[in-house]
Design a protein around this ligand. Sequence first.
Ligand code: ADP
Ligand code: MG
Length: 677
Amino acid sequence: MSYPLPASIPQATLGKLAKLGIRDRFDLVLHLPLRYEDETQLQHIAGLVPGVSAQVEGEIIHSEVTYRPRRTLLCQLQDDSGVLHLRYLNFYPSQQKQLAVGKRIRALGEPRIGYFGMEMVHPKCRAAGADAPLKQALTPVYPTTAGLPQTTLSKHIQAALHELELPDTLPPDLLARLRLPPFADSVQLLHNPPPHTDENVLAERAHPAWLRIKFDELLAQQLSMRVHYRKRRSRNAPQLPARNSLTRQLLQTLPFALTAAQQKVLHEISRDLEQTHPMQRLLQGDVGSGKTVVAALAALQAIENGYQVALMSPTEILAEQHYLKLRDWLAPLDIAPAWLSGSLKKKDKQAAAERIAQGETPLAIGTHALFQQQVEFRNLGLVIVDEQHKFGVQQRLALRGKGSEPHQLMMSATPIPRTLAMSYYADLDVSVIDELPPGRTPVVTKLVSDARREEVFERVRHACMAGRQAYWVCPLIDESEALQLQTAIDTHQQLSNAFPELRVGLVHGKLPPAEKAAMMAAFKAGEVQLLVATTVIEVGVDVPNASLMVIDHAERMGLAQLHQLRGRVGRGAAESMCVLLFQQPLSELARARLKIVFENSDGFEIAQQDLQLRGPGELLGARQSGVPMLRFADVSADAVLLDSARAIADELLRDLPQVAQAHLQRWMANKHDFLHA
Ligand code: ADP
Ligand code: MG
């Protein structure tokens, strides 16, 4: 099914339509109104209510142009019940003519109480009379772009509605079961709602016609994800059965026992690795829940089977921490991982790549350099991606090998609310670590105005003098990296001056990797007591003796980010605290957001509330640009529809594959990226 735009549309208009995402006539049909104007009925002037849009009809009894305070066309329109003032600040001579004394006109607008009585500012006016009957439907107002008038857009949409057949993709008995109207009726109604249709119900997208559109969109999304999921199951991957040799050895040497949650997810991963198709599993666990050891055990299961493993992290600091940790853990097993990052000297990089290519090491750890630098693995069996939300979908897919495909384990500390996971990660399997290792002390969170900065200094001094350590996180400055760096340097200077008795360190993104590593090592060893940092420490840094974190300008940060940062403390036995320093005045939204972090310690709860506050685009992050956003449905408000779309998708694929196919065709015809397969 393809519905090309008619050849009669001029090139310039095609360009404007393309700007609105309209590439064929089905796109026109789905270009739904923002709101409506009611030109189906007339009100009496005497009955106008301020703020409630209405249409009135009458005779112009007065019309003049005044110049104070600025050039204004002032008219009076009279009907049987009273007089209404019309006011135009910008007007054309033609309008002035249209509104001359004696003309009968209809005015549509929002009345308000003005200086002379009830008035409308810039109402929409048209000549009244026998040749201008009242409209038979509410008038749609469409989202548009400069140079494309409503009338032109509306004309093309109405033509498409009229010409396209739009047979329903879903069988009538299914629609009856779901209590949803036919598709054609739904778009027809949304473009031309009959008089007296409740505009609020339309605006809230709660009208059955809206529900049908949203359901269709969600169904298409679920279908495409499921299709993708099934395709994966038909591809080949090496079978990596659990042999419990290396994994058992690691478990025996670890200083702790796995939590029940870690055992559960490990079992899920282990079972996936035994399959003949590639695993694509998302491992979610709050900060500090212990994902690294799970990753190490998964890696060992692949290594036990003679395959290689790549562990990729988004930042050097994080990659290096993993490297150091795994190197120590695996030393007793005689496994020496290779370290590969973009900042290595060319010679060292080549040496590492050589070891990997020759299969001399079964484990490669690094940044995305692992995959950018033409590194050839000898037999890659498993790819582990830490903090996967920091990578785009494209990068994720770039990991796929040729021929036989490696298994993939993606880890994320950014908790994804259930509805979002169902919607955007439906092509993945998901494991969740839902418990923290024992012995953690809850972090006390404080919201402190920047006006009380000095008190916070005292707190820092006190903690450090008592033998503990602290982080000072510098504000995020979106506009300029240089400015962000400068702020970090200034803050470091300020704190060094304030605490001559302490050793104050500084890490930031621009620091050469060797210096960064040296600073992190010094902090870990307790040689540095206060670490000033940009958000490079957001993920993964693990220093149990650090018990205080101050986050400067906390109002500028994302909630997930704040939660992650806070997770850097509270890892040891000492009572820990996170101080969120904020700058006055706080906007309403900023206040609400900080309150969420203040009141909740559960990452999932924070993410859920953040989703409600800001919508999924923000939460998934711009980097997830490969992920199709929903246009009509809202995963948080339409959770019920999403649930049924999910169930119906499975049902259709099982019982009515040709229906599923037709539905996908209609909704995905233009959107190949949606299938990202
Ligand atoms: P994250 O999930 O944030 O990546 P990590 O894997 O860095 O968390 O683990 C956080 C800390 O908890 C590390 O010091 C790790 O060694 C420790 N840890 C992990 N699992 C356990 C456990 N079962 N019992 C005690 N400590 C654990
Ligand atoms: Mg981690």
